[in-house]
Design a protein around this ligand. Structure first.
Ligand code: GLU
Length: 492
């Protein structure tokens, strides 16, 4: 039977399954994003599942923080612990009874077994193997214990783990990014544990059951999960499930081509927010970590990403994360924003992160609203991150400015000081300082001092703003007005 397009679209169900043991970072956010883009493009379903079986490391705070950051990025889920869905519950800690059923099935069918070896015994076994230059692997010693032997071991006070019986074989699957992959099960370290001795279910076991029951069609995640995939395929076979389609995305490395630094793996989102990275720019940058559109374009809105994203555009070689590149992408997103939307974004940012600057320059958030909006429009093209707008506040709101070293150097050039003085002189003769009077004044200076171009404008910029670069000087002057400019010039 031919499947109609909608049937196919509906068939796409993907998941992002974070362990709530830390925060969202570049790595797991990329997994979330690729799954989300894939689902949105196919008009499929994107599930959020919380993998909190490791009770010693999982926290509710971490879960909440991850959810909040996903919301901030605009990566919205269709089913999840907070909104429910047909496959509820979505927190693994609430699914123990389900896992127990499948565990019994595996034990009954003798596809899994109790292992009573102590950590010391296992350690000794590994040391022996190392001596013989063998790969460390569990020997399978407890595979065929009789009921009496088990009783005896239990009487010794041992509590068993449960291991999956792994037969020696090749496991092959077609990866949607990496192509055909074959692993020999012998490289997995022997029969692997699916339940710890304290009764905690292991990640590979719970994932396989949840992905099956939640009708997940595609598993898209980092290639650091490749050996987990092999274990999961073996578990699928044991449980009688058909494995999903897999797509393993390339490693993310730092600019030195080494493992991404801790800075970007731990609290990176806090840093991005404090620096004033826009969520859409972050989404855009994260999308480029391993995926490319096929042409030279690199700046995309979320809608464009949804339209263009395809697993065939995901490369299998490591992708480099660069904070400088993220800042550049951010500057492009700032430029793309409508002026008013940007002013609102900047005001929200300042209110959250830069109230000290607001106080320092006595800006009244309510009374100076219009001026803040003008300020936002003027700095919009000159900043890469919102934090840089705060650096510009002195230029726009301070009574007097401190000259930077470059500005001092500029004003020490021959004739520079005279230009600034002339500006003050002519300015005091005009009624106001605005878009009309500013060019009149500079024209007069040109004539009287016979200077033009850089030799005219650089000293003025240095004297009035304290800096040697920034938004258009006529805009800054108009913003400041006659009184403020005169005051700055007189304090030189
Ligand atoms: N909880 C796993 C992790 O955070 C999920 C991996 C997977 O996608 O299966 O790494």
């Amino acid at each position: 039977m031919d499947m109609t397009k909608t049937d196919l679209e509906r068939a796409v169900r993907v998941r992002f399954a974070p362990s709530p043991t830390g925060s969202l970072h570049i790595g797991n956010a990329r997994t979330a994003l690729f799954n989300w883009l894939f689902a949105r493009k196919a008009r499929g379903v994107y599930v959020l599942r919380i993998e909190d079986t490791d009770t010693s490391r999982s926290t509710r705070e971490s879960e909440e923080a991850i959810l909040k950051d996903l919301e901030w990025l605009g990566i919205t889920h269709d089913e999840g612990p907070d909104i429910g869905g047909a496959f509820f519950p979505y927190r693994q800690s609430e699914r123990a009874s389900i896992y127990k059923e499948y565990l019994s099935k595996l034990l009954d069918e003798r596809k899994a077994y109790h292992c009573y070896c102590t950590p010391e015994e296992l350690d000794a076994e590994r040391k022996e193997q190392a001596k013989r230059s063998q790969m460390p692997a569990y020997s399978g010693k407890c595979r065929d214990l009789t009921a009496a032997q088990k009783e005896e071991l239990t009487a010794q006070g041992r509590t068993p783990v449960v291991r999956l019986l792994v037969k020696a074989k090749d496991v092959t699957f077609d990866d949607l990014v990496k192509g055909s992959i074959t692993y020999h099960s012998g490289s997995l370290g022997g029969d692997f544990i699916i339940i710890r001795s304290n009764g905690e279910f292991m990640y590979n076991f719970t994932v396989v059951i949840d992905d099956y029951l939640m009708e997940i069609s595609h598993i898209i995640r980092g290639e650091d999960h490749l050996t987990n995939t092999v274990k999961q395929i073996l578990l699928c076979e044991a449980l009688g499930f058909t494995p999903q389609n897999f797509a393993h995305c390339p490693l993310i490395v730092g600019e030195d081509r080494k493992r991404l630094s801790k800075r970007f793996l731990k609290e990176s989102f806090t840093m991005f927010k404090e620096d004033g990275i826009l969520p859409d720019a972050l989404v855009n940058s994260i999308a480029l970590l391993g995926w490319s559109s096929g042409d030279k374009a690199e700046i995309f809105t979320k809608e464009e990403l949804i339209n263009r994203f395809d697993l065939s555009g995901v490369s299998s070689s490591p992708s480099v994360f660069s904070y400088d590149k993220l800042k550049w992408v951010n500057s492009e997103h700032i430029k793309m924003m409508d002026n008013n939307a940007f002013a609102k974004t900047l005001a929200d940012y300042i209110e959250k992160y830069a109230m000290d600057a607001v106080e320092r320059f006595s800006v009244d958030f309510e009374a100076d609203r219009e001026r803040l909006i003008d300020f936002a429009h003027l700095v919009k093209e000159n900043i890469a991150i919102l934090k840089e707008a705060v650096d510009y506040m002195e230029m726009f709101f301070a009574g007097s400015v401190t000259l930077s070293d470059e500005a001092k150097r500029e004003l020490n050039n021959e004739g520079a000081f005279a230009v600034a003085q002339k500006f003050a002189e002519y300015l005091s003769e005009t009624k106001t300082l605005d878009k009309e009077t500013y060019p009149e004044i500079t024209k007069r200076i040109k004539k009287s001092l016979n200077v033009g171009g850089k030799r005219l404008f650089m000293p003025l910029r240095a004297a009035i703003t304290g800096r040697t670069s920034g938004p258009n000087l006529d805009d800054i002057c108009t913003f400041l007005g006659k009184g403020a400019v005169l005051k700055r010039l007189s304090s030189l």
